[in-house]
Design a protein around this ligand. Structure first.
Ligand code: EPU
Length: 343
């Protein structure tokens, strides 16, 4: 039988290589998904066995608090191509299992700029829309034209245009109502031919300035890679899931009150008139940078990143996260919302 109409299920499968915290947890059952049809077959198998299911991409935004007593679908759909071009833009499609960073590199190698600010973000293309990955002044949703997803219960393939994805800051339909219902199979991007650099983000502007290069797509890509390497730990060397909390958004009155106490607080005005605070700054100000609790720790160069120095479990990381949330709430009256999925 071809891989198109059968799936190999593995029992008691280690997820250690499939989560960027490096937690040594196991799945009752796991399978590799290489085609959209296999999603439907796997979902049917889970239903037949009465098991919960989990669609797993790169595992770079997930905290396993223990073994997963269900079926893990390891997304391995591959392929990327230029779908079409018109006078204004290129349309490129990548399958859900492609590495995000590899895809960004490929678009640049093909001479298609636009995604360079999102270089080096861990994870897969199919996971990118779920939390609408963003960095250095760009969110992927801005260039997403549409995506294909399969409804796991019915096997029906559904096309979502960008509006239907309801992208927000680290948010989308797939993180809310669509969660556990759909598995994304491919994503199509519209990259406008009229390219303008996005180089206003402070760290990025500083890095470009230091390099003395003009802001070409490749220069931005290189600068973003350098900035990320200097601040964010490589998950292969030090387990982590990137930012552990979203940057909280507060109303102007709350912001003004905080700023009266903390004139150096880092904050960004939002289009809706509210203000986004730098959670990393708040956590840092509470003295957490580089500190440990149990076996989990706060990264010493970016307080928004919680790390597993080696022996931590998901519960250690959650205990540290709760201690930080309590402290930030007590000091600033601000609620921090975790970014990764907790399983
Ligand atoms: N800051 C501190 N101390 C810290 C950390 C940050 O003072 O320990 C200050 C920085 O000096 C800066 C501000 O807080 O003035 C913001 O820090 P940074 O530029 O590092 O970005 P961030 O707001 O902490 C967000 C994203 C990152 C993304 C960067 C760059 C969220 C939750 N995080 O972090 O995304 O790479 O901006 O655009 O929005 C991720 O989601 O996993 C992630 C890494």
């Amino acid at each position: 039988m071809s891989s198109h109409d059968s799936i190999a299920f593995k029992s008691d499968y280690s997820l250690r290589e499939h989560n960027s915290f490096g937690f040594d947890v196991r799945a009752r059952l796991a399978c590799r998904i290489e085609t959209a049809e296999q999603f439907a077959l796997a979902a049917r198998e889970a239903r037949a066995r009465g098991l919960p299911r989990l669609v797993l991409g790169g595992g770079s935004n997930i905290v396993f608090t223990g073994d997963f007593d269900g079926l893990v679908m390891l997304v391995a759909l591959s392929g990327k191509r230029i779908v079409r071009t018109d006078d204004d833009a290129w349309y490129v499609e990548a399958a859900a299992g492609e590495s995000w960073h590899g895809f960004v590199e490929w678009t640049l190698a093909m001479g298609l700029p636009g995604l360079e600010n999102l270089a080096l973000i861990p994870g897969t293309v199919g996971a990118a829309p779920i939390q609408n990955i963003g960095a250095y002044g760009l969110e992927m949703g801005e260039y997403c034209a549409s995506l294909s997803a399969i409804e796991l219960a019915t096997g029906e393939v559904v096309e979502f245009d960008a509006a239907a994805c309801r992208f927000g800051y680290r948010d989308s339909f797939f993180k809310r109502e669509g969660r556990d219902r759909f598995a994304i199979t491919s994503v199509t991007f519209r990259l406008p031919r009229a390219w303008t650099p996005r180089a206003d983000y402070a760290d990025l502007a500083r890095e470009l300035e230091a390099r003395g290069t003009s802001a070409t797509p490749q220069a931005i890509f290189d600068a973003v890679v350098a900035v990320r390497r200097s601040k964010l730990p490589d998950p292969l060397a030090l387990g982590n899931a990137g930012s552990f909390f979203k940057n909280p958004v507060v109303d102007v009155a709350a912001y003004e009150a905080l700023r009266a106490e903390e004139p150096n607080m880092v904050a960004y005005a939002q289009p809706d008139g509210r203000v986004k605070l730098a959670a990393g700054w708040l956590i840092d100000r509470c003295g957490w940078k580089g500190r440990s609790l149990g076996h989990a720790a706060v990264h010493d160069r970016q307080a928004l990143v919680l790390v597993n120095p080696g022996q931590a479990t998901g519960s250690d990381v959650l205990a540290l996260a709760h201690a930080i949330q309590d402290d930030v709430k007590q000091h600033f009256g601000v609620d921090l919302e975790p970014e990764p999925l907790v399983v």
